[in-house]
Design a protein around this ligand. Structure first.
Ligand code: SF4
Length: 502
């Protein structure tokens, strides 16, 4: 083995699609290339020891926002103990602003953007000469038909135990400035027939959960319908062994043909991630997000009322031009539409995103360390931003967890944002923590809070008992929501999280 492809995934269940693409496209070097994945939190020395045990001459690291700090330590240690091993970096985190990054300084080469063609070419030059002179190589984007699909590289173990990421297209034609896909300017589809043939073979090998990472599944309705039909056929043929499909949608584009297709899915088979981010038209204009709010709201309502799809809808707090009142109005409007989950995310400054053009006029202050969360802006000071961060965390624990499904409705009352914020502020004074609050304790605190708002202890007890949490049946609670493997990372706006996922 000469070349090792490696990355640190956020969780074991996340199988890196990017590394598998690289491996699939190594050409004649493929037989000399292996893949080795780690999970963040592992000891640096152990990672380095396990990598060096494979005796690679070249190591290619996939660097993402969630692993950049740990990968930096791994690269620095490798360079100390094995300076002759050539280190090549790639991935969204190092594709922009490389000059500022310690990991880039420590590495030998960097490929920015698409690595599928450029990585094997660079490896060939490193191994056979002439030695590449330039350190930074702009990744070449090949015609989509020339890319080898990587799905056969998912092992049986991956299929059995991990989330299978798949993509029918890359890129996005929209330009939301907080999102890395804003730089794509367009979307590039893979050949549909060959893609579906790969899905067929994954299904035949036992795959049942397919997570599409396409930026916008409903761009090309004909393609969307064919992909949905693939899953409907599988559901019809094997109702006792169902498939689950997870897609990302733009909310204001749901023509009747697509609605008809969606309405055919039984419960528990379909999940949609939908980005709203902000309902404020001025904020949308500022960040170049084109969205018909009325159509988006109507479509979310339709999906909630007329389909069996599980809906997860994203809002982002901290966008330029949006104060707390405006965010609260958007939040309340979204609660009224009743999606299954509202992902309350806090703005992150992803490297390379155009949002930085608002830094001065809107006083955007970001944490300089990954994941570069916003700390304050002109409309929201630091202390208030921290209250929003805690709201997001408690919202995950109480609302998105599904463990307080009935209670949370009462807790939110007529003004969900304001009431939940009051609860969040109170909960923080009681716990001094946003993590590691045991479910029993959380249920007891929710009961206490309801009593401070005038509810009797018996009434609060009855309400909590109507939820899983009240019966201390945390395991059962999961059945109320999406399949666990398909659930997104907490507290990261999904349209930003898509760039955080492997
Ligand atoms: S937020 Fe969504 S629609 Fe906007 S650029 Fe990113 S992927 Fe495209």
């Amino acid at each position: 083995m000469t070349i090792l492809l490696s990355t640190l995934n956020a969780r074991y269940t996340h199988a890196s699609l990017g590394l598998r693409y690289l491996l699939a496209n190594m050409g004649p070097l493929q037989e000399r290339t292996r893949l080795q994945e780690f999970v963040i939190g592992a000891k640096t020395t152990e990672i380095v020891e396990r990598i060096l045990a494979r005796k690679p001459r070249i190591i290619g690291f996939g660097v993402y926002i969630w692993n950049v700090e740990e990968t930096t330590k791994v690269v620095a240690m490798l360079k100390r103990v094995a300076p002759d091993v050539v280190i090549v970096l790639g991935g969204p985190e190092v594709s922009h602003e490389p000059g500022e990054q310690a990991i880039v300084q420590a590495a030998d080469y960097l490929i920015t953007g698409w690595g599928d063609v450029t990585f094997p070419k660079l490896c060939g030059e490193i191994l056979n000469g002439p030695k590449p002179i330039m350190k930074i190589h702009a990744g070449v984007q090949p015609p989509m038909a020339e890319l080898k699909l990587p799905y056969s590289l998912y092992t049986d173990d991956d299929i059995k135990n991990r989330t299978l990421y798949v993509e029918a297209s890359r890129g996005c034609p929209f330009k939301c400035e907080f999102c890395l896909s804003a730089l794509d300017k367009t979307a590039w589809p893979f050949g549909l027939e060959s893609f579906l043939a790969e899905m067929e073979s994954l299904h035949a090998r036992g795959a049942r959960l397919f997570k599409f990472v396409d930026r916008t599944f409903n761009l090309n309705i004909k393609t969307s319908l064919k992909i949905m039909q693939f899953f409907l056929d599988k559901l019809e043929a094997n109702p006792d062994d169902p498939v689950y499909a997870h897609f990302e949608l733009v909310p204001d584009h749901l023509p009747d043909a697509l609605k008809e297709g969606i309405s055919k899915f039984p419960p528990g088979a379909l999940q949609f991630e939908i980005g709203i981010q902000s309902f404020n038209p001025e904020v949308q204009a500022l960040v170049s997000r084109k969205q018909d709010n009325q159509k988006a709201a109507d479509n979310i309502r339709w999906l909630c009322e007329q389909s069996n799809a599980h809906l997860h809808v994203d809002l982002i707090a901290g966008l330029p031009g949006e104060d707390v009142d405006s965010f609260a109005r958007g939040f309340n409007k979204l609660v009224e539409l009743k999606p299954h989950e509202i992902q309350f995310g806090i703005l992150k400054r992803l490297r390379g995103t155009p949002i930085i053009r608002h830094t001065e006029p809107y006083g955007l202050v970001f944490d300089p360390h990954p994941p570069y969360t916003i700390l304050a802006n002109k409309q929201i000071d630091f202390m208030t931003m921290q209250r929003l961060v805690r709201f997001a965390r408690y919202w995950d624990l109480v609302a998105n967890s599904g463990r307080f499904a009935n209670t949370v409705v009462t807790l939110m009352g007529e003004t969900p944002f304001e009431n939940f914020m009051a609860f969040s502020d109170w909960l923080y004074t009681k716990t001094d923590a946003t993590h590691r609050i045991a479910l029993d304790r959380l249920a007891s605190l929710v009961s206490q809070w309801l009593q401070t708002r005038g509810m009797s202890a018996e009434e609060a007890g009855r309400l909590l008992a109507s939820d899983y949490a009240g019966r201390n049946d945390a395991a059962g609670a999961k059945t109320k929501t999406a399949p666990p493997a398909a659930r997104p990372e907490a507290s990261i706006p999904q349209r930003q999280a898509r760039h955080l996922a492997a």
